[in-house]
Design a protein around this ligand. Structure first.
Ligand SMILES: [Zn+2]
Length: 201
């Protein structure tokens, strides 16, 4: 939302490979060019590429402060900051919604990017609440690997059943008609030892 006045919440939502981080970086760069004071945060869980940067898939990067919780995030916002960026916001605790509201109420433009759904198509963490309170929501789409249509889902193709399985190789972008329910293959069962009872002589 360029040309905003005062506090505002913008959410960039979508599946994996949909260009959320690229879009976040693009908006934050414009704010930097406009000489606004910008701070960028990300949850500690994601150290896919680099610990202190947010990195887009086209290798654009921006310095980000890793934070362990929403309280930690709020504590590190500096006085005088005009724009706050957050990447991978779905990994935050539920308190991040209140923090974003507090910052926006205080006149800060908040721009957060995150996965709207997990690999089971369940709304992810604090995202439903963030989408509800945001002034502006952008839904990003990847390209479906099967049919080349617009992909809305992060299809898990390997790994376990945990909600968080960090690593791009475990996922593919898929559209609604190409999405398949993923079930992890069960770990191999212990071979059943057959006891042979010797025939009494
Ligand atoms: Zn498809």
């Amino acid at each position: 939302m360029d040309g905003y006045k005062g506090g505002w919440i913008e959410i960039i939502a979508g599946g994996m490979f949909s260009g959320k981080s690229e879009e976040l970086i693009r908006r934050l760069r414009r704010a930097v060019i406009a000489r606004q004071r910008v701070q960028v945060f990300k949850p500690l869980i994601d150290d896919r590429f680099a610990s202190e940067d947010i990195v887009s898939r086209d290798d654009r990067r921006l310095k980000a402060i890793p934070v362990a919780s929403s309280a930690d995030f709020l504590a590190r916002v500096e006085i005088g900051v005009q724009v706050v960026g957050i990447d991978e916001v779905q990994f935050f605790d539920a308190g991040v919604v209140d923090v974003c509201m507090q910052l926006a109420d205080a006149g800060i433009r908040v721009i957060a990017a995150g996965l709207d759904q997990d690999y089971m198509r369940r709304p992810f963490g604090p995202m439903p609440a963030l989408l509800a309170v945001a002034e502006e929501v952008s839904k990003m789409h990847a390209v479906c690997v099967r049919c080349r249509g617009a992909a809305h889902y992060s299809q898990r193709v390997s790994g376990g059943n945990a909600q968080v399985e960090v690593g791009d190789s475990s996922y593919e972008a898929r559209c609604r008609s190409c999405y398949e329910l993923y079930e992890a293959t069960a770990p191999e069962e212990e071979p059943v030892v057959q006891l042979t009872i010797p025939q009494s002589a």
